[in-house]
Design a protein around this ligand. Sequence first.
Ligand code: AMP
Length: 281
Amino acid sequence: MMKIISTITEINKTLRPYREAETSVGFVPTMGALHRGHLELMKKARDENDILAVSIFVNPIQFNNKEDLIKYPRDIDRDITLLEEIQCDVLFNPSSDEMYPEPVTEIYDFGSLERVMEGAFRPGHFNGVAVVVKRLFDILKPSRAYFGEKDFQQLAVINKLVEQKDLPVEIVPCPTIREPDGLAMSSRNARLTEDERKVAPFIYQSLKLAKKNIPHMTPEEVKFRLKNQFADQPEFRLEYFEIADDKELHAVSNWENKNGIRGFIAAYLGKVRLIDNIRFI
Ligand code: AMP
């Protein structure tokens, strides 16, 4: 039976025997409204560890936009059913007061990583992510934690956090799970209207088309073309399209790079902000 826990005291009580027995804990932090993307991370975590712990916490301090926080989809009863089906052992579902009994004062410095793309358009977002992930790691003390490449920049920030604070946890990246038409799965997809949902796969298609232009075009030319394609799609408002290396996320000016190179998009479709990225090289 899955244990559903909302306090830190109770987590410590529940996990103590596992820790003493050196049982490995696989951990998947989420904001709920679970979909197949989340479930794939969880299955991997379950298969690679003795027990699976999942958190559901809609973290207020990582939302720079109040409406996005209010409208964020929530469906805890359905989430619990899905978690029981995949045999999750522990669900940590704390309140904001439990996570943040005092005002949050930590300030992280991830250098340019937090100033580009999502960092540039969502001020304070990654600090809020780092604060909550660090606290969740301190509370659950997982052996391994699983993160999706869908949020590639977040994954890079978490890797940096673990390195900077020398945290005893292994970060496991997991590939992006997509709908059959290519749309990256996201809790926010539930907020799209029927018409918006139909055109939403354009984001992934445009990334794949951009990739086809390599190496005939320079990154600058690829960007120019994709931006023009978005300009022809009135439903979308492209926030950024960047081509960057996959470690520091620095924009590249050619295709020669010792790291991999990826294309990253953020776009509004109606009122919903969607992100996606794929590997270019
Ligand atoms: P969220 O609930 O949006 O905070 O996501 C929780 C975790 O699930 C994060 O590590 C996300 O990167 C991951 N995730 C969300 N959507 C997908 C997806 N379509 N494919 C793979 N991982 C995902």
